[in-house]
Design a protein around this ligand. Structure first.
Ligand SMILES: C[S@@+](CC[C@H](N)C(=O)[O-])C[C@H]1O[C@@H](n2cnc3c(N)ncnc32)[C@H](O)[C@@H]1O
Length: 335
């Protein structure tokens, strides 16, 4: 093991400060790159970078580079366990034999990697506004031997929504946890519709307002129990509770609201429901009983929480749909 690898592995294991993690990670990735393993190219679309791009370049979902392909694969398995029903609702990864897939907002490459190792896709494109996330994705793909013959990485800008792809270039589009962070999600949806071929399908996740996260975690745990941001409503505080307090944009949608946006962009859309986070399952056990009897909690939230039912797997449901934060939509471009 080289010195850079030793540092990177220690930092990764003991979870020291993010800046040190990133420095050690970069040193480790440089060593790998010098060895000349196959890695996809990162090309940049034109446009100026704004506060959204800068935030996501400095704030990574999982900052430490993986040291081995097995570790990277295990993380994907952990991610499905951490978010019950994510796999089922999103349909990831599917077969996709011979298809071209776009992962819009690929971050550090979770699903680009998943598509590369679990599907027969001919071409996989990961696009994101974050330079650091794309560098991690590139490194991770090289661990799996997924090179430029099959995978492309493209750096976008939040300000310029025109995608650098041809009409109908993709058979499948996936976008997990991205569009609620974008300045102009309507314009991005129009572009995703343009680059998907007629008859092509996709899977999109945006934060679900009809969720335990919104009505219990934000409205009661954060604002009332912890007394944070006095005077703010759950709608006002929500964006500070998901991806870091300073995250410039983090919206949440009701199912019918986002289906309307998808239809406006030209898609046929079906709302599958909100997959759960372990955080929400814990909040149901620890906080639900306090919240429903607390008169400081606005009636909208108390009624929502009182109306929840459990499914056979003890997962909370609102009406016929699961009440997790991961609002998932299956889409199709009519063809
Ligand atoms: C929570 S992460 C999700 C990453 C990845 N999809 C996953 O599931 O692991 C959100 C990602 O959206 C990206 N993002 C934010 N705004 C964007 C925009 N306007 N266009 C494309 N990507 C964007 C961020 O850089 C970040 O990588």
């Amino acid at each position: 093991m080289t010195r850079a690898q030793r540092i990177a592995s220690k930092v990764f294991r003991f979870g020291i400060v993010p800046r040190a993690k990133q420095r050690a990670g970069r040193a480790y990735m440089d060593v790998r790159a010098r060895r000349g393993g196959p890695a996809p190219e990162i090309r940049s679309a034109s446009g100026d970078h704004n506060a959204v791009d800068d935030y996501w370049t400095g704030h990574l979902v999982n900052a430490a580079p993986f040291l081995t392909a097995r570790q990277s694969e295990r993380y994907l398995e952990w991610r499905f366990r951490e978010y019950p029903l994510f796999r089922e609702f999103s349909g990831l990864y599917g077969a996709h034999d011979g298809e071209a897939i776009l992962d819009y907002g690929c971050g550090p490459g979770n699903d680009v990697t998943g598509f590369a190792i679990h599907t027969g896709a001919r071409r996989i494109v990961g696009a994101d506004v974050s330079a650091s996330a794309l560098a991690l994705a590139r490194h991770r793909l090289s661990l799996h031997g997924a090179g430029p013959d099959r995978v492309d990485l493209v750096r976008l800008t939040d300000d310029r929504t025109a995608l650098p792809f041809a009409d109908g270039e993709f058979d499948f589009v996936s976008s997990q946890g991205v569009l609620h962070h974008a300045s102009d999600p309507r314009a991005i949806l129009r572009e995703l519709h343009r680059v998907l071929r007629p008859g092509g399908e996709g899977s999109i996740m945006v934060y679900n307002r009809d969720s335990v996260w919104f009505h219990l975690h934000v409205a009661w745990e954060v604002l009332i129990r912890d007394g944070r941001w006095p005077g703010q409503t759950a709608d006002e505080a929500f964006h500070r509770t998901t991806d870091g307090e300073d995250c410039p944009i983090a919206n949440c949608y009701r199912g019918e609201e986002f289906v309307a946006l998808l239809e406006e962009a030209g898609f046929e859309a079906r709302y599958a429901g909100g997959y759960l986070s372990q955080w929400e399952l814990r909040a149901m056990q620890e906080s639900w009983g306090f919240a429903i009897t607390d008169e400081r909690l606005a009636p909208e939230h108390r009624e929502f929480l009182r109306g929840l039912r459990y499914d056979y797997g003890h997962r909370p449901m609102h009406g016929d749909l699961h009440a997790g934060i991961g609002g998932t939509y299956r889409i199709r471009r009519p063809g």
